[in-house]
Design a binder for this molecule. Sequence first.
Ligand code: PLP
Length: 355
Amino acid sequence: MKKHNFFAGPSVLPDYTVEETAKAIMDFNGTGISLMCMSHRDKSFDAVMNRAVELFKQVLDIPSGYSVIFLGGGASLQFAMVPMNLLRSKAFYVNTGTWANKAAKEAKLFGEVDDHVSSKEANYTYIPKGFEIPKDCDYMHITTNNTIYGTEILEDYNSPIPVVADMSSDIFSRPLDVSKYGLIYGGAQKNLACAGVTFVIVKDELLGKVDRAIPTMLNYQTHIDKNSMFNTPPVVPIFAGVKTLEWIIQNGGVKEMEKRAIEKSTKLYDEIDRNKLFKGTVQKDSRSRMSVCFVMNEEYKDLEAKFLDFVKARDMVGLKGHRSVGGFRASLYNALPMESVDALVQAMKDFEKEN
Ligand SMILES: *Cc1c(COP(=O)(O)O)cnc(C)c1O
């Protein structure tokens, strides 16, 4: 039987993506060759790469003047590539948790970092609001969905300096005003494809302004100039990403993804707030639609392991919270069907009756 997949990443993908990718791995487009065994220099793979770029632009309505590239190394390599390519003297990093910290740590290798805006003192349970964006910085870095803590930035900032966003775990879950960003990046393995590829959307005019020498492979311009084929690209995850983007379009685009994300997360948060056993872990105005974190109320804390067994018996996987927060985390990515949320909500109700 199919499981309800709440894993944080790698995570649930549309059946369409998995099935089409499996077919292409057996026989790519009737060529008699597996996608895994085909030269990336072959014309038919060229078409896949071009389609990936084209679909990114279409689905996110990316204006002209931006490039879309596909790289290796995960979002974690972007923590270093971003400052290497963009940081001249000082950058502003909004500190909303583990990933934001890891990004800031790499930036400090290349220049000064202003990271005074933070929710650290409250264990990252809210998104800082109403702060002033320092104009003397080269860019501002944000982590839109804080996968570990369950907070999310749902606004496109009006910023006097370029905004760089790690959107690893909420890309394609709402319409974006891309023109308000200088650079958007993320690992594919949350809302796009299998692990192995990282997407970068970058405003071209921001590049080429730093004095330092940048290794060829770590220079965005290299990959823009070679259409992400300077070296061998991760062909299978790029193909899978194309299929997910097709699925998003077939299902009504990012506007519909947003509607579903609101419906799914509202249903689950409503149950967390209603149920006497559970409570949410972050401020209500900062709650993530993608990563729903919750714990058991103090008086029921010893039931945590029992609840995990309870949901496991009902074919739900991936609900254990991140080790740094504990409790539970339900990742409600685009491909997670409403039935999975219904199953979890029902399990919470039934568990409450039994305990
Ligand atoms: C998962 C995740 C990362 C790490 O991605 P890798 O591709 O494993 O390097 C970074 N940032 C956020 C917000 C994430 O959710």
